[in-house]
Structure formats: structure tokens, C-alpha cells
Ligand binder design. Sequence first.
Ligand code: AMP
Ligand code: MG
Length: 327
Amino acid sequence: MSSKLFFLAIAALHPYEAVEPHMGTLFSIKLYAGDEKSAKQAFQAAFARIAQLDETLSDYKAESELTRVTLSSRAALSGDLFTVLSKGQWLSAQTDGAFDVTLGPLTHLWRQARRAHQLPSAEVLQEALSRSGFRKMHMDGQSVRFDVSGMQLDVGGIAKGYAADEALAVLSKLGIKSALVVASGDLAFSDAPPGEEGWKVAIEALDRPLLLTNAAVSTSGSAEQNFVVNGVRYSHIIDPKTGLGLTTSVTTTVIAPHGIDADGMATAINVLGLERGLAFIEKQSGVAAAFLIDQERRVVFSNRWPVAARSTLTPATDRLRRSERRP
Ligand code: AMP
Ligand code: MG
């Protein structure tokens, strides 16, 4: 065997995949490594980082840093919580509060309402709204301060994208250059799989896949998490103006350089809707978005959406109708 061939033989990379439950969903990681041992080590380190972020950012866990911080009127923050809250506050400022990490009191009401199949009363809603609002939260240095007591944070609209970024960073430090992290609607990936041009990302509602490297793709909408009261469907994404789940039926997908941005922006533009959402996206460098307007059964792409991935539109609802008609 020539020395060149020998080198190729030992450098060959193989695909490995692993799945673990974190942050109330399944995280799946696909990576290319030289052998099973290094793949296993890489999975362990990446999942440990995701678990650590869950411990920090969860609003379900009484001992998480996020819960502890909301119980005090002022608190110093770890680097992770600081990064996530700063990005949240930036998004709030850019979207006039459409995205808001202080909606905790309202997302908790939403969870109760889903269990009880009943909306909260106007008084209860008003009280929760009085303890929410990004303008009542202030970041200075590495600390956070709240204007009113009883505020509750919920970073569920941005945490999975950040966790995906951080998992990729851990893998990169271990020498894994080509990897994909998927957490339900949030994906982030590094270099292309060996010998390929990019990661092929299929979006459920669109018929043309994306081919991307070193980017993230997030999808938000009410398709999976919602409840119906008196014939009205309430999304798990809260309209900060009403305090209730959105009743519009839009699915939004964002492509961005990092998961924290793709995740946060996909949620934000779901609240903003088509016109204001598009205007916001066009201002962000390196970011593209697609809006699937379920009721009208049409897809609208922002200018930077890759031309090759612009579908000739096979809306999900059309596909659904066709399959319903099958005998
Ligand atoms: P995603 O699935 O990324 O769109 O995030 C939805 C989650 O974000 C919800 O389950 C809540 O935890 C949280 N959330 C709901 N409404 C908002 C909002 N308007 N701004 C920020 N986070 C929100
Ligand atoms: Mg999101």
C-alpha cells in the first residue's frame, strides 16, 4: 500500500448517531468520526453540555439558575444565562416585545389552561401581564434586575438553539468538524459530511430541501403544541399584547449562522406575522426566513432564502387534503 493510500485508509470518517432526552424533547446528534470510541466520547461530552444547559435554563426545575434568578430582585448571572437573556432582550428591543423572555407568568397560565381546557379569567390574565414585560427587566454588567416582584423567566423560545450551538462547539473542540444537532424544530450543523456539499435539510411544509453548512435552521408554529377552547386554537407561542396563545396559523422557518438566532427569530417572527416579520428578517445579515401561511395555503420567502430551495409550493394543508381524499 502506498503511503498516500495508507493515510486515506486511517483518516476515513464514519457516520455515527445518538439520541438523548433533554429540555423536554429529544436531542439527536449525527457526527463523523474516525472510530466508534472517539464518536462515543464526543456524544458523551456534547450531551453533558446540553444537560448542563438544561440545569441552568429550565423553568420547570426549582433548582435551575433561571428559577433562582427570578426569585430574587437582582442577581449575578452565569455566562450561559447572561448570553441567553442578553439575546432575548436584544430580540425584544428589535421586535417591539413580540419576543419576550419575561412571559413566564403567561406561559405558566397557558400550561394550566391546556390541562384544564379552559382559558384564564380576565383578572388572572391581567395579574400575570402585570408581572411580565421585557421593559421591567434590566441587564447591567453580568447582572439582571427586575422592577416588580413575582416575574418569571421562560427561555423556551431560544434555549434549544443555543444548546445546539454549544453542543457543536464541544464537538469542534474534540476535533469533530462535521456534525448535526437536532432538537425537535431546531437544527444546527457544522461542516458538510465528508464528500458532500452540505447538510440536506428537509422542511416539512416545503418540497425543496436546503443544502447548508455551518448554519442553523429553526421552525416555529402551533402545529405540535396547541389547545382548542370554544373552537379556537391557541398556540404555545404567546402574543405578549393579549397574554394568550396566538390564534393565527403561521409556520415560520429561519436560517441563520447560529442556533440561538435561528431559534429566537423563528419564534419572534411567528408573533410578528408576515409583514412585520419579513421587514425584521431583511434587516438581519446572513438570515433568511420562510412563512407558511396555513389559512391561505401559501409560502412567502425572504430575499436571502436560497433560490434552489424555493419550493413551487406544495403546502402541507394541500398534501393533507389529498391524503384525506384517499380511499
Ligand atoms: P419555539 O418552539 O422555539 O417557537 O418556542 C416556543 C416557546 O417559547 C414556548 O413554549 C414558551 O416557552 C416560549 N414563548 C412563548 N411565547 C413567547 C414569546 N412571545 N416570546 C418568547 N418566548 C415565548
Ligand atoms: Mg424558537
